[in-house]
Design a protein around this ligand. Structure first.
Ligand code: TYM
Length: 343
């Protein structure tokens, strides 16, 4: 039996949403509604792997759910919910903690970056984070996960966990009448421009929720003036734009701005350079600023409207959680049997 084409993705409510989240994830969630069953989660249990003020956590949870809808997700077609409302995520992640190996987790570059010198002091949850992420995805037997480039290693680990579970329990999986592959080997959907949006001040760093310099990050809730100002002040080199993509090699800041333009306009980098190759920043930056404002301002307006109506947001999240549980519970029932838990 083939797996249902099903997409799952999630965003952590641990800071204000930014252009990287929009281009690397949210914007690409929308067209998948036409081809897949789509499940989009606000992963609040992931957020608390580092300290979150409870009030901020709540506010950001609403903000992300609002961004999903404002960007074009239809809560009737897509399942939109927050992770902690479906307890099966926690249950499956515990089982995966017992499948995954310490060595696999120790190799996760995001853990190493986040823990830094301080690895004795970070939470146990931060270390186990990728196993919860695998549970998010495999609880729904998702076949595809749209994410930015920084999540690729976690998706590889998800496949490793699925493979090991399928292998370790193959006898039980067969005995219970399943195909040999109980969990799918989920595909990472991360192609196209702007899969790794960089800081506007430093082309060696990714744009992130936690950058100390506000000028480096375009936030989804920035107003038009702020967006324009940040783009016009973005660090660049003195050269004109090249006429072909190869000419962007070694020019991280230039490449970043061209990729952002391409992603916002739904064009390829080559097409953008056909139009702007040979131009200086005096022409390109204002065009990029106008484009960014035209795309982002309506999303921000709708986000503000939605977060101003927590009653509506609660209803959407509750309905989404109920539909998510309807998929998750039968999978968990099977997993408990396969593992040997008596019920
Ligand atoms: P998070 O919350 O850090 O980021 C959410 C999404 O935004 C993408 N992203 C970027 N894309 C391009 N350029 C950037 N500068 C940039 N910054 C962030 C991320 O790649 C991601 O797609 N572990 C995940 C959340 C998660 C998840 C999941 C994702 C938990 N469970 C299951 C997919 C499936 C995270 O921390 O994303």
């Amino acid at each position: 039996m083939a797996f249902t084409p099903r997409v799952f993705s999630g965003i952590k409510p641990s800071g204000d949403l930014h252009l990287g989240n929009y281009l690397g994830a949210i914007r690409r969630f929308v067209p998948l509604q036409d081809t897949h069953q789509t499940i989009y989660c606000v992963v609040d249990m992931h957020a608390i792997t580092v300290w979150q003020e409870p009030e901020d956590l709540r506010r950001w949870t609403y903000e992300i759910a609002a961004a999903y809808i404002a960007a074009g997700l239809d809560p009737k077609r897509s399942i939109i919910f927050n992770q902690s409302q479906v307890v099966e995520h926690a249950e499956l992640s515990w089982i995966f903690n017992c499948v995954a190996r310490m060595g696999w987790m120790s190799r996760m570059t995001q853990f190493k970056d986040k823990a830094g010198e301080n690895s004795e002091q970070v939470s146990l949850g931060l270390f186990a984070y990728p196993s919860l992420m695998a549970a998010d995805i495999l609880l729904y037997k998702a076949t595809g996960v749209p994410v930015g480039e920084d999540q690729k290693q976690h998706l590889e680990l998800t496949r490793d966990i699925a493979k090991k579970f399928n292998h370790d329990f193959r006898k039980q999986i067969k005995a219970f009448g399943h195909d040999e592959e109980f969990f799918p080997l989920t595909e990472t959907l991360a192609t196209g421009p702007a899969m790794r949006v960089k800081s506007l001040r430093d082309g060696t760093k990714k744009m992130s929720k936690s950058d100390a310099s506000d000028m480096s990050t375009i936030y989804m809730m920035d107003d038009a003036d702020m967006i324009s100002k940040k783009i016009k002040k973005a660090t660049t080199d003195p050269e004109a734009l090249p006429t072909e993509a190869a000419g962007l090699a070694g020019r991280a800041e230039a490449e970043n701005l061209v990729q952002i333009y391409a992603a916002l306009a739904d064009l390829s980098v080559a097409d953008v350079l056909k139009e702007y190759g040979g131009s200086g920043w005096g022409r390109f930056k204002p065009a990029l600023a106008d484009l960014a404002v035209a795309v982002l301002a309506p999303v921000a307006t709708e986000m503000r409207r939605l977060v101003g109506d927590p009653g509506e947001m609660d209803a959407i999240l509750r309905d989404g959680a109920e539909r998510a549980r309807a998929i998750a519970q039968p999978v968990m029932d099977d997993v408990r049997k396969i593992v040997g838990f008596v019920r």
